[in-house]
Design a protein around this ligand. Structure first.
Ligand code: HSE
Length: 394
């Protein structure tokens, strides 16, 4: 099979766009040239000749000689317009925009079917780890019990350095930002949205069920403090932000994003800094662990390049599991074991903790462990997000 020659129109030339440019320049096998780059900022100094750049979308979308669009911009609404505009004109598309893909999954699947074009987005979930294609192809017929992991590089970087160097949150966040790991709006990382977008994308490819991000409970690491780190350390745990999707019955799944205590014997314990890890539990393949860089220009650029290459051989996601219709329902009616550090005891009621197994009180530090219902957490998510408290799954 020979590859189609690709003439690429690139949108965005930030951290990932430049990373892609570097990895493409160092790749011999691929028949692809970036012929035009659309950017927003007219003043910025760039390391390529000005003739490459345009400020008009149409210069790429309306150019029939460009047969592939690679979308690497920040703004999810604008990205959706670019991606759908390119697909409507019959161009193949590669994107890394997790928020855009997660929020528009159904429309994007329908458009791929209607226009018979490929839309690939491996870089949108766990950057350099090829998890989407593995879920699509390898786990096509296996009974997948669950997929969980560390999907967000910047929070993992922050948690690692807080733990190993006892640095304050704000200092490590600034450092993660300077390294290009953090979203322009850091709330997306810190509060767990970014991990949730990736979880929703992974859910579609793992189970064939599209979950809207708004329907999935997420809780991030914004409120973590030194007591929480110390508690984890004393127990021999690390705290990681862990998205989870798994089966609760024959045709039903659940999913959520929460910090979790990870003991030394677990795969995720050794996943530190900006690295990501994914653990898949399946009935025949059993437990499998994927590990790789989850953020940064070159790591993400390498996944984009892999999609460009796959697209040049006409690879498309087939969303086979959607057709199989094995998983048809989603539930939040499950119980979770949590550790809950709080200052106001009314917050114990707000999270609805029951079957308390441990309770500790001191003038400056209190916690309980017990069971919470995911639906209850979801119903109270706005209050829970602003509590002076921190919740960790056990
Ligand atoms: N902000 C994201 C992260 C970048 O920290 O994982 C990669 O998607």
């Amino acid at each position: 099979m020979t590859a189609n020659k690709l003439r690429i129109g690139l949108f965005g030339y930030g951290c990932v766009g430049q990373g892609l440019h570097d990895v493409l320049n160092n790749s011999r096998g691929i028949k692809a040239d970036i012929v035009r780059i659309c950017v927003k900022d007219r003043q910025k100094e760039r390391r390529l000749d000005n003739s490459f750049f345009t400020f008009e979308k149409e210069d790429i979308l309306g150019d029939d000689s460009i047969n592939m669009v690679v979308e690497l911009i920040d703004d999810a609404d604008e990205a959706f317009e670019i991606v759908t505009g390119a697909m409507m004109r019959g161009k193949s598309v590669v994107t890394a925009n997790k928020r855009m893909v997660a929020n528009h999954m159904n429309e994007l699947i329908a458009l791929q079917e209607k226009m018979k074009v490929s839309l690939l987005y491996e870089a949108s979930a766990c950057a350099s780890i090829p998890i989407i294609r593995n879920l699509e192809e390898y786990y096509d017929n296996d009974l997948l019990y669950s997929v969980r992991g560390i999907f967000n590089g910047s929070t993992n970087y922050i948690l690692t350095r807080m733990e190993s160097e006892k640095l304050p949150f704000s200092e490590v966040l600034a450092d993660a930002r300077s390294k290009g790991y953090v979203e322009t709006d850091p709330t997306l990382d810190i509060d767990g949205y970014d991990a949730k977008f990736k979880l929703c994308i992974i859910t579609t490819h793992a189970y064939g069920l599209v979950t809207e991000p708004d329907t999935v409970f997420h809780y991030g690491i914004r409120n973590i403090n030194s007591f929480d780190m110390q508690y984890a350390r004393e127990k021999g745990y690390k705290i990681k932000l862990v998205p989870y999707v798994g089966k609760t019955g024959e045709s039903t799944i659940t999913s959520y994003v929460m910090p979790r205590f990870i003991s030394r014997d677990k795969y995720l314990y050794g996943v530190d800094n900006e690295y990501n890890g994914v653990v898949a539990e399946a009935s025949f393949a059993e437990s499998q662990f994927f590990y790789g860089k989850g953020a940064g220009g070159h790591a993400t650029g390498s996944a984009v390049l892999s999609d460009i290459s796959a697209s040049s051989y006409n690879y498309r996601y087939e969303y086979k599991k959607r057709g199989q219709n094995v998983v048809t329902d989603y539930t939040r009616d499950i119980e979770l074991q949590v550790w809950f550090r709080y200052s106001d005891s009314a917050d114990i009621e707000t999270i609805g903790i029951k079957d308390i197994t441990e309770s500790f009180r001191r003038n400056d530090y209190n916690y309980v462990t017990g069971t919470v219902n995911l639906q209850h957490l979801y119903d109270n998510r706005e209050k829970i997000a602003v509590m002076d408290a921190f919740m960790v799954a056990l």
